[in-house]
Design a binder for this molecule. Sequence first.
Ligand SMILES: *Cc1c(COP(=O)(O)O)cnc(C)c1O
Length: 406
Amino acid sequence: MRALATEAVHAGRDDLARQGLHAPPIDLSTTYPSYDSRGEAARIDAFAAHGAPLEGPPVYGRLGNPTVARFETALARLEGTESAVAFASGMAALSAVLLARNAMGLRHVVAVRPLYGCSDHLLTAGLLGTEVTWVDPAGIADALRPDTGLVMVESPANPTLAELDLRALAHACRTVPLLADNTFATPVLQRPVEQGARLVLHSATKYLGGHGDVMAGVVACDEAFARRLRQVRFATGGVLHPLAGYLLLRGLSTLPVRVRAASSNAAELARRLAADPRVARVHYPRLGGAMIAFEVHGDPHELIAGVRLITPAVSLGSVDTLIQHPASISHRIVDAEDRRTSGVSDRLLRLSVGLEDVEDLWRDLDGALGTRRGSGVRRGAVAVSGPQPRPRGPRAAASATAHADQ
Ligand SMILES: *Cc1c(COP(=O)(O)O)cnc(C)c1O
Protein backbone atom coordinates (compact mmCIF):
# COMPACT_ATOMS: atom_id res chain seq x y z
CA MET A 1 0.00 0.00 0.00
CA ARG A 2 1.23 3.48 -0.82
CA ALA A 3 1.75 6.07 1.91
CA LEU A 4 -0.84 8.77 2.54
CA ALA A 5 1.27 11.58 1.06
CA THR A 6 1.63 9.56 -2.15
CA GLU A 7 -2.08 8.67 -2.33
CA ALA A 8 -2.94 12.34 -1.80
CA VAL A 9 -1.32 13.31 -5.11
CA HIS A 10 -1.91 10.10 -7.13
CA ALA A 11 -5.18 8.44 -6.06
CA GLY A 12 -8.02 9.02 -8.51
CA ARG A 13 -5.48 9.96 -11.19
CA ASP A 14 -3.93 6.58 -11.97
CA ASP A 15 -5.25 6.48 -15.55
CA LEU A 16 -4.17 9.98 -16.58
CA ALA A 17 -0.71 9.24 -17.97
CA ARG A 18 -2.15 6.40 -20.10
CA GLN A 19 -4.61 8.89 -21.54
CA GLY A 20 -1.83 11.35 -22.31
CA LEU A 21 -3.06 13.77 -19.64
CA HIS A 22 -1.49 15.35 -16.59
CA ALA A 23 -4.26 17.46 -14.97
CA PRO A 24 -7.56 15.60 -14.48
CA PRO A 25 -10.23 16.52 -17.06
CA ILE A 26 -13.41 18.27 -15.89
CA ASP A 27 -16.48 16.62 -17.42
CA LEU A 28 -19.36 19.07 -17.23
CA SER A 29 -21.83 17.00 -19.29
CA THR A 30 -25.27 16.53 -17.80
CA THR A 31 -26.16 13.87 -20.37
CA TYR A 32 -24.32 11.44 -22.65
CA PRO A 33 -25.12 10.12 -26.12
CA SER A 34 -26.01 6.46 -26.54
CA TYR A 35 -27.36 4.70 -29.67
CA ASP A 36 -28.05 1.48 -27.74
CA SER A 37 -31.30 2.01 -25.75
CA ARG A 38 -31.62 -1.72 -24.95
CA GLY A 39 -28.18 -1.68 -23.37
CA GLU A 40 -29.04 1.48 -21.42
CA ALA A 41 -32.21 -0.13 -20.04
CA ALA A 42 -30.19 -3.02 -18.65
CA ARG A 43 -27.59 -0.72 -17.09
CA ILE A 44 -30.26 1.47 -15.48
CA ASP A 45 -31.99 -1.63 -14.09
CA ALA A 46 -28.70 -2.76 -12.58
CA PHE A 47 -28.06 0.63 -10.97
CA ALA A 48 -31.61 0.88 -9.61
CA ALA A 49 -31.45 -2.62 -8.16
CA HIS A 50 -27.96 -2.55 -6.63
CA GLY A 51 -26.57 1.02 -6.69
CA ALA A 52 -23.34 -0.34 -8.17
CA PRO A 53 -21.28 2.21 -10.09
CA LEU A 54 -22.34 2.22 -13.76
CA GLU A 55 -20.27 0.01 -16.02
CA GLY A 56 -19.27 1.80 -19.20
CA PRO A 57 -19.96 5.40 -20.21
CA PRO A 58 -22.00 7.72 -17.97
CA VAL A 59 -25.73 8.15 -18.63
CA TYR A 60 -26.92 11.26 -16.81
CA GLY A 61 -25.26 13.60 -14.32
CA ARG A 62 -27.41 12.52 -11.36
CA LEU A 63 -26.31 8.87 -11.69
CA GLY A 64 -22.62 9.70 -11.52
CA ASN A 65 -19.93 11.92 -12.97
CA PRO A 66 -16.38 10.92 -13.94
CA THR A 67 -14.70 13.96 -12.34
CA VAL A 68 -16.60 13.51 -9.08
CA ALA A 69 -15.76 9.78 -9.21
CA ARG A 70 -12.04 10.66 -9.20
CA PHE A 71 -12.50 12.59 -5.96
CA GLU A 72 -14.50 9.70 -4.47
CA THR A 73 -11.80 7.20 -5.38
CA ALA A 74 -9.09 9.40 -3.88
CA LEU A 75 -10.94 10.10 -0.62
CA ALA A 76 -11.75 6.40 -0.15
CA ARG A 77 -8.04 5.60 -0.50
CA LEU A 78 -7.08 8.27 2.03
CA GLU A 79 -9.68 7.04 4.55
CA GLY A 80 -8.82 3.39 3.88
CA THR A 81 -12.36 2.44 2.80
CA GLU A 82 -13.64 0.49 -0.20
CA SER A 83 -15.76 3.38 -1.45
CA ALA A 84 -16.84 6.96 -0.98
CA VAL A 85 -19.94 8.82 -2.13
CA ALA A 86 -19.86 12.60 -2.63
CA PHE A 87 -22.72 15.04 -2.07
CA ALA A 88 -23.51 18.72 -2.53
CA SER A 89 -22.67 19.54 1.12
CA GLY A 90 -21.85 17.88 4.42
CA MET A 91 -25.50 18.16 5.43
CA ALA A 92 -26.62 16.51 2.17
CA ALA A 93 -24.21 13.66 2.95
CA LEU A 94 -25.59 13.21 6.48
CA SER A 95 -29.16 13.41 5.14
CA ALA A 96 -28.45 10.60 2.67
CA VAL A 97 -27.12 8.38 5.47
CA LEU A 98 -30.24 9.00 7.58
CA LEU A 99 -32.59 8.42 4.64
CA ALA A 100 -30.79 5.20 3.71
CA ARG A 101 -31.31 3.85 7.24
CA ASN A 102 -34.93 5.12 7.43
CA ALA A 103 -35.73 3.28 4.22
CA MET A 104 -34.75 0.05 6.00
CA GLY A 105 -37.10 0.83 8.89
CA LEU A 106 -34.19 1.83 11.14
CA ARG A 107 -35.26 5.30 12.18
CA HIS A 108 -33.66 5.53 15.63
CA VAL A 109 -30.31 7.31 16.00
CA VAL A 110 -28.08 7.34 19.07
CA ALA A 111 -25.79 10.38 19.19
CA VAL A 112 -23.20 11.98 21.45
CA ARG A 113 -23.04 15.77 21.92
CA PRO A 114 -21.54 18.04 20.90
CA LEU A 115 -22.03 17.67 17.17
CA TYR A 116 -21.81 20.38 14.54
CA GLY A 117 -24.81 22.69 15.20
CA CYS A 118 -26.80 21.80 12.10
CA SER A 119 -26.22 18.04 12.54
CA ASP A 120 -27.58 18.41 16.09
CA HIS A 121 -30.55 20.36 14.72
CA LEU A 122 -31.30 17.85 11.95
CA LEU A 123 -31.46 15.03 14.52
CA THR A 124 -33.22 16.99 17.28
CA ALA A 125 -35.91 18.41 14.99
CA GLY A 126 -36.47 14.99 13.38
CA LEU A 127 -36.78 16.68 10.01
CA LEU A 128 -36.15 13.41 8.16
CA GLY A 129 -38.41 11.31 10.36
CA THR A 130 -35.62 10.06 12.61
CA GLU A 131 -35.79 9.87 16.40
CA VAL A 132 -32.66 10.66 18.38
CA THR A 133 -31.46 9.57 21.82
CA TRP A 134 -28.62 11.77 23.13
CA VAL A 135 -26.21 9.90 25.38
CA ASP A 136 -22.82 10.14 27.05
CA PRO A 137 -20.26 7.85 25.40
CA ALA A 138 -20.75 5.35 28.24
CA GLY A 139 -24.50 5.22 27.57
CA ILE A 140 -24.38 4.02 23.97
CA ALA A 141 -24.83 0.28 24.58
CA ASP A 142 -27.90 0.82 26.79
CA ALA A 143 -29.52 3.17 24.30
CA LEU A 144 -29.49 0.72 21.38
CA ARG A 145 -32.91 -0.56 20.23
CA PRO A 146 -33.99 -3.02 17.57
CA ASP A 147 -34.75 -0.07 15.26
CA THR A 148 -31.45 1.76 15.91
CA GLY A 149 -29.89 2.38 12.51
CA LEU A 150 -26.96 4.58 13.40
CA VAL A 151 -24.70 5.81 16.18
CA MET A 152 -23.27 9.23 15.41
CA VAL A 153 -20.25 10.97 16.95
CA GLU A 154 -17.65 13.62 16.17
CA SER A 155 -14.08 13.41 17.39
CA PRO A 156 -12.54 15.91 17.84
CA ALA A 157 -15.98 17.48 18.18
CA ASN A 158 -17.16 20.77 16.77
CA PRO A 159 -16.72 23.20 18.54
CA THR A 160 -15.29 21.98 21.89
CA LEU A 161 -12.65 19.64 20.39
CA ALA A 162 -13.72 16.95 22.87
CA GLU A 163 -12.14 13.62 21.89
CA LEU A 164 -13.71 10.18 22.05
CA ASP A 165 -12.25 6.69 22.15
CA LEU A 166 -13.64 5.53 18.80
CA ARG A 167 -12.45 1.96 19.28
CA ALA A 168 -14.37 1.61 22.54
CA LEU A 169 -17.45 3.27 21.03
CA ALA A 170 -17.39 1.00 17.98
CA HIS A 171 -17.34 -1.97 20.34
CA ALA A 172 -20.33 -0.58 22.29
CA CYS A 173 -22.28 -0.18 19.04
CA ARG A 174 -22.27 -3.96 18.43
CA THR A 175 -23.82 -4.46 14.96
CA VAL A 176 -25.12 -0.91 14.59
CA PRO A 177 -22.93 1.15 12.24
CA LEU A 178 -20.87 3.86 13.94
CA LEU A 179 -20.65 7.09 11.96
CA ALA A 180 -17.66 9.26 12.85
CA ASP A 181 -17.61 12.81 11.54
CA ASN A 182 -13.91 13.18 10.70
CA THR A 183 -14.13 16.75 9.39
CA PHE A 184 -11.82 18.17 12.08
CA ALA A 185 -9.13 15.49 12.10
CA THR A 186 -9.05 14.61 8.38
CA PRO A 187 -7.53 11.26 7.33
CA VAL A 188 -4.11 12.85 7.83
CA LEU A 189 -4.51 12.67 11.62
CA GLN A 190 -7.10 9.93 12.10
CA ARG A 191 -8.70 7.13 10.06
CA PRO A 192 -11.85 6.13 11.96
CA VAL A 193 -12.46 2.88 10.04
CA GLU A 194 -9.19 1.55 11.46
CA GLN A 195 -10.81 1.96 14.89
CA GLY A 196 -14.05 0.24 13.94
CA ALA A 197 -16.24 3.04 12.55
CA ARG A 198 -18.27 1.86 9.55
CA LEU A 199 -19.05 5.30 8.12
CA VAL A 200 -16.80 8.35 7.93
CA LEU A 201 -18.48 11.68 7.21
CA HIS A 202 -16.76 14.83 6.00
CA SER A 203 -17.90 18.31 5.43
CA ALA A 204 -15.53 18.50 2.46
CA THR A 205 -16.26 22.23 2.52
CA LYS A 206 -13.61 22.44 5.23
CA TYR A 207 -10.13 20.83 5.05
CA LEU A 208 -10.63 18.59 2.01
CA GLY A 209 -11.41 21.55 -0.25
CA GLY A 210 -9.15 23.63 1.93
CA HIS A 211 -9.44 27.02 0.25
CA GLY A 212 -12.87 28.25 1.32
CA ASP A 213 -14.33 28.05 -2.19
CA VAL A 214 -16.09 24.65 -2.47
CA MET A 215 -19.16 23.37 -0.67
CA ALA A 216 -19.30 19.57 -0.52
CA GLY A 217 -19.81 16.50 1.62
CA VAL A 218 -18.64 12.91 1.37
CA VAL A 219 -19.22 9.60 3.12
CA ALA A 220 -16.40 7.03 3.08
CA CYS A 221 -17.62 3.49 3.78
CA ASP A 222 -17.76 -0.10 2.53
CA GLU A 223 -19.18 -0.78 -0.94
CA ALA A 224 -22.44 -2.27 0.41
CA PHE A 225 -23.32 0.96 2.22
CA ALA A 226 -22.03 3.07 -0.70
CA ARG A 227 -24.59 1.37 -2.97
CA ARG A 228 -27.46 2.45 -0.73
CA LEU A 229 -26.06 5.98 -0.63
CA ARG A 230 -25.76 6.15 -4.43
CA GLN A 231 -29.39 5.04 -4.73
CA VAL A 232 -30.49 7.76 -2.30
CA ARG A 233 -28.35 10.36 -4.07
CA PHE A 234 -29.79 9.38 -7.44
CA ALA A 235 -33.37 9.60 -6.15
CA THR A 236 -33.04 12.74 -4.03
CA GLY A 237 -30.57 14.67 -6.17
CA GLY A 238 -28.00 16.03 -3.70
CA VAL A 239 -25.21 15.56 -6.23
CA LEU A 240 -21.84 17.29 -6.22
CA HIS A 241 -21.07 19.60 -9.14
CA PRO A 242 -18.18 18.33 -11.33
CA LEU A 243 -16.23 21.57 -10.89
CA ALA A 244 -16.45 21.06 -7.13
CA GLY A 245 -15.24 17.48 -7.65
CA TYR A 246 -12.23 18.83 -9.54
CA LEU A 247 -11.42 21.40 -6.86
CA LEU A 248 -11.72 18.77 -4.12
CA LEU A 249 -9.37 16.40 -5.91
CA ARG A 250 -6.93 19.27 -6.24
CA GLY A 251 -7.43 20.12 -2.57
CA LEU A 252 -6.63 16.55 -1.52
CA SER A 253 -3.21 16.74 -3.15
CA THR A 254 -2.04 19.34 -0.62
CA LEU A 255 -4.11 18.05 2.31
CA PRO A 256 -1.25 16.36 4.22
CA VAL A 257 1.04 19.38 3.81
CA ARG A 258 -1.68 21.88 4.76
CA VAL A 259 -2.86 19.93 7.78
CA ARG A 260 0.67 19.47 9.12
CA ALA A 261 1.68 23.11 8.63
CA ALA A 262 -1.55 24.52 10.09
CA SER A 263 -1.36 22.07 13.01
CA SER A 264 2.13 23.20 13.91
CA ASN A 265 0.88 26.83 13.95
CA ALA A 266 -2.11 25.78 16.04
CA ALA A 267 -0.01 23.87 18.58
CA GLU A 268 2.15 26.96 19.10
CA LEU A 269 -0.85 29.31 19.41
CA ALA A 270 -2.55 26.90 21.84
CA ARG A 271 0.60 26.91 23.97
CA ARG A 272 0.73 30.73 24.03
CA LEU A 273 -3.01 31.08 24.73
CA ALA A 274 -2.78 28.57 27.60
CA ALA A 275 0.02 30.62 29.17
CA ASP A 276 -1.86 33.91 28.81
CA PRO A 277 -3.63 35.37 31.86
CA ARG A 278 -6.36 36.88 29.66
CA VAL A 279 -7.41 33.37 28.59
CA ALA A 280 -9.45 31.21 30.97
CA ARG A 281 -9.27 27.82 29.19
CA VAL A 282 -7.79 26.33 26.06
CA HIS A 283 -9.01 23.13 24.39
CA TYR A 284 -6.51 21.61 21.99
CA PRO A 285 -6.82 17.93 20.99
CA ARG A 286 -4.21 15.35 22.01
CA LEU A 287 -4.47 14.24 18.41
CA GLY A 288 -3.22 17.66 17.29
CA GLY A 289 -4.89 19.46 14.40
CA ALA A 290 -5.45 23.02 13.30
CA MET A 291 -8.51 23.85 15.44
CA ILE A 292 -8.36 25.54 18.85
CA ALA A 293 -11.25 26.32 21.19
CA PHE A 294 -10.68 28.78 24.02
CA GLU A 295 -12.54 30.77 26.62
CA VAL A 296 -11.59 34.32 27.52
CA HIS A 297 -12.07 36.12 30.84
CA GLY A 298 -13.33 39.16 28.96
CA ASP A 299 -16.07 39.58 26.38
CA PRO A 300 -15.70 37.11 23.48
CA HIS A 301 -17.58 39.50 21.17
CA GLU A 302 -14.90 42.13 21.79
CA LEU A 303 -12.23 39.72 20.66
CA ILE A 304 -14.15 38.90 17.46
CA ALA A 305 -14.56 42.62 16.77
CA GLY A 306 -10.85 43.22 17.41
CA VAL A 307 -9.16 40.89 14.92
CA ARG A 308 -7.60 42.37 11.79
CA LEU A 309 -5.51 39.72 10.04
CA ILE A 310 -7.74 36.85 11.17
CA THR A 311 -11.17 36.80 9.52
CA PRO A 312 -14.17 36.71 11.83
CA ALA A 313 -16.28 34.13 10.00
CA VAL A 314 -17.95 30.79 10.46
CA SER A 315 -16.53 27.69 8.70
CA LEU A 316 -13.01 26.33 9.01
CA GLY A 317 -10.23 24.45 7.31
CA SER A 318 -9.15 27.11 4.85
CA VAL A 319 -5.60 28.34 4.16
CA ASP A 320 -6.33 31.48 6.17
CA THR A 321 -7.26 31.77 9.85
CA LEU A 322 -10.91 32.19 10.85
CA ILE A 323 -12.46 32.84 14.25
CA GLN A 324 -16.08 32.64 15.36
CA HIS A 325 -18.29 32.54 18.46
CA PRO A 326 -20.16 29.17 18.37
CA ALA A 327 -22.95 30.24 20.73
CA SER A 328 -23.83 33.08 18.30
CA ILE A 329 -23.22 31.40 14.96
CA SER A 330 -22.25 27.76 14.29
CA HIS A 331 -24.20 26.37 17.26
CA ARG A 332 -26.87 29.08 17.57
CA ILE A 333 -29.52 26.68 16.27
CA VAL A 334 -28.91 24.29 19.19
CA ASP A 335 -31.08 24.91 22.27
CA ALA A 336 -29.15 27.10 24.76
CA GLU A 337 -29.38 24.56 27.58
CA ASP A 338 -28.21 21.69 25.33
CA ARG A 339 -25.35 23.88 24.18
CA ARG A 340 -24.18 24.60 27.71
CA THR A 341 -24.49 21.03 29.01
CA SER A 342 -22.36 19.83 26.11
CA GLY A 343 -19.58 22.30 26.92
CA VAL A 344 -20.37 25.08 24.45
CA SER A 345 -20.24 27.98 26.89
CA ASP A 346 -21.12 31.56 25.95
CA ARG A 347 -17.45 32.45 26.41
CA LEU A 348 -16.13 29.85 24.00
CA LEU A 349 -14.39 30.94 20.80
CA ARG A 350 -13.41 28.63 17.96
CA LEU A 351 -10.26 29.33 15.98
CA SER A 352 -9.44 27.62 12.68
CA VAL A 353 -5.72 28.16 12.26
CA GLY A 354 -4.39 28.67 8.74
CA LEU A 355 -1.02 28.85 7.06
CA GLU A 356 0.02 32.42 7.92
CA ASP A 357 3.22 33.06 9.82
CA VAL A 358 2.58 32.15 13.44
CA GLU A 359 4.09 35.42 14.76
CA ASP A 360 1.66 37.48 12.65
CA LEU A 361 -1.24 35.38 13.96
CA TRP A 362 -0.11 35.78 17.55
CA ARG A 363 0.30 39.53 17.16
CA ASP A 364 -3.30 39.73 15.90
CA LEU A 365 -4.70 37.56 18.70
CA ASP A 366 -2.67 39.41 21.30
CA GLY A 367 -4.05 42.74 20.07
CA ALA A 368 -7.62 41.46 19.94
CA LEU A 369 -7.39 39.98 23.45
CA GLY A 370 -6.81 43.53 24.63
CA THR A 371 -5.99 44.48 28.18
CA ARG A 372 -8.09 43.18 31.02
CA ARG A 373 -8.26 46.63 32.54
CA GLY A 374 -10.13 47.81 29.45
CA SER A 375 -7.96 50.91 29.01
CA GLY A 376 -8.71 50.79 25.30
CA VAL A 377 -4.99 50.40 24.56
CA ARG A 378 -4.63 47.18 22.65
CA ARG A 379 -1.25 45.56 22.97
CA GLY A 380 0.27 44.83 19.61
CA ALA A 381 -2.03 47.21 17.76
CA VAL A 382 0.83 49.51 16.78
CA ALA A 383 2.95 46.59 15.68
CA VAL A 384 0.51 45.43 13.00
CA SER A 385 2.14 46.17 9.66
CA GLY A 386 0.86 45.94 6.12
CA PRO A 387 -2.43 47.24 4.76
CA GLN A 388 -4.78 49.57 6.60
CA PRO A 389 -6.41 47.83 9.54
CA ARG A 390 -10.04 46.98 9.01
CA PRO A 391 -12.43 49.31 10.76
CA ARG A 392 -13.67 47.77 13.99
CA GLY A 393 -17.35 47.35 14.71
CA PRO A 394 -18.91 49.76 17.19
CA ARG A 395 -17.82 48.72 20.69
CA ALA A 396 -21.11 49.71 22.32
CA ALA A 397 -23.13 47.52 19.96
CA ALA A 398 -20.83 44.55 20.53
CA SER A 399 -21.14 44.88 24.32
CA ALA A 400 -24.91 45.17 24.16
CA THR A 401 -25.12 41.93 22.17
CA ALA A 402 -22.89 40.22 24.68
CA HIS A 403 -25.11 41.18 27.59
CA ALA A 404 -28.26 40.20 25.76
CA ASP A 405 -26.74 36.75 25.28
CA GLN A 406 -25.81 36.07 28.90
C1 LIG B 1 -19.49 22.22 8.59
C2 LIG B 1 -19.68 20.91 9.21
C3 LIG B 1 -20.71 20.05 8.78
C4 LIG B 1 -21.71 20.45 7.72
O1 LIG B 1 -21.11 20.54 6.47
P1 LIG B 1 -21.62 21.52 5.29
O2 LIG B 1 -20.62 21.25 4.21
O3 LIG B 1 -21.60 22.91 5.83
O4 LIG B 1 -22.99 21.09 4.93
C5 LIG B 1 -20.79 18.81 9.36
N1 LIG B 1 -19.94 18.42 10.33
C6 LIG B 1 -18.96 19.23 10.77
C7 LIG B 1 -18.04 18.75 11.87
C8 LIG B 1 -18.80 20.50 10.24
O5 LIG B 1 -17.83 21.29 10.71
